[in-house]
Ligand binder design. Structure first.
Ligand SMILES: Nc1nc(=O)c2c([nH]1)NC[C@@H]1CN(c3ccc(C(=O)N[C@@H](CCC(=O)O)C(=O)O)cc3)C=[N+]21
Length: 297
């Protein structure tokens, strides 16, 4: 076995630092009589989703954000879910909210996301906010950004890693990461060159070999092999899969083969990398939106 050489992109420590900063900003808002409130809508009782939603409420308590929870049965109708969406749109205590994904198959995710008030969209997944991200390549973004892409950019920025002029390969075209992240990375303040690979890509190893930066967001356990990477690459392992550990216990597994640590210059661990950053960026979106509503930002 060769020795691991990659430096760690520590999402856990970085997220803790961001949460401390957000706690201060929440107390500034509190002094003006404003309490940000995050709503969550969870449909069904998938253990993974239930765990994520629980984590979001814990995070809120840590930084002083109020949280509002709507747990709904798996068999709720689309109209029933829309009613809850409208209730949170109109609820003044809820300054931002998320609908936990995935939704059950009988519900049209696009209809639900479009029914949200874009100003309360804490995930940055409303088509209005995704559209604003498409339209704006320069200057300050005044609308919420998708949490995981925002977390990736922030994780690199806080490790002083510049992407200007670098060739970035994004693997995966999902709406929460793969499709929006290129829009962020090609903004003028980042200036990366981005290639988006997906299951229709013909020669993924050839693309990987040329990439200075790899953002692995396919959700396929260990699909990115160490031998395919360019030596010295910067690798963000974003995919999350739950895999049986052989003893009937589910363990979180990323998209990147652990041996990548011998080839990459920087590697975000999974767990402990982009996941905690996603959670921190959700809190940041809630605070930023409350600041905008208060006329501070
Ligand atoms: N509307 C919506 N917004 C989301 O942001 C969203 C979603 N739906 N559906 C599911 C995915 C997944 N996701 C994660 C969040 C945190 C960790 C996280 O903090 N993971 C820890 C612990 C991992 C563990 O032990 O389970 C870590 O990486 O260290 C992971 C994954 C948000 N998602």
């Amino acid at each position: 076995m060769t020795q691991s050489t990659a430096q760690i992109l520590d999402g856990k420590a970085t997220a803790a630092a961001i949460k401390a900063e957000l706690t201060t900003r929440v107390s500034v808002l509190a002094a003006k009589g404003i309490v940000p409130g995050l709503g969550t809508i969870l449909v069904g009782s998938d253990p993974g989703s239930t765990w994520y939603v629980g984590g979001k409420h814990k995070d809120c308590a840590e930084v002083g954000i109020q949280s509002i929870r709507r747990d709904l049965p798996e068999d709720i109708s689309q109209e029933g879910l829309l009613e809850v969406v409208r209730e949170l749109n109109d609820n003044p205590e809820c300054t931002g909210y998320i609908v936990q994904l995935p939704l059950p198959k009988h519900i049209d995710q696009d209809v639900i996301l479009e029914a949200m008030d874009p100003d309360k969209d804490a995930d940055g997944l409303h088509p209005m906010n995704l559209g604003r991200l498409v339209a704006n390549v320069n200057g300050e973004m005044k609308s919420p950004l998708p949490c995981t892409p925002k977390g990736c950019v922030e994780l690199l920025r806080r490790h002083n890693i510049e992407l200007k002029g670098k060739r970035v390969l994004v693997v995966g075209r999902g709406v929460t990461i793969g499709r929006p992240i290129g829009l962020l990375l090609t903004r003028k303040e980042v200036n990366a060159t981005v290639i988006l690979a997906h299951t229709g890509t013909v020669d993924l190893p050839a693309e990987l070999k040329q990439a200075d930066v790899v953002i692995a967001a396919a959700g396929v356990p260990h699909m990115i092999k160490a031998e395919d990477l360019k030596p010295g690459a910067i690798v963000l392992d974003v995919g999350v899969s739950r895999v049986d550990d052989g003893n009937g216990k589910a363990v979180v597994t990323g998209d990147v083969d652990p041996a990548a640590a011998d080839v990459a210059a920087w590697l975000s661990p999974n767990p402990g990398g982009v996941g905690p950053m996603t959670r921190a960026m959700l809190l940041a979106n809630v605070v930023e939106s409350a600041e905008r509503q208060a006329g501070i930002a």
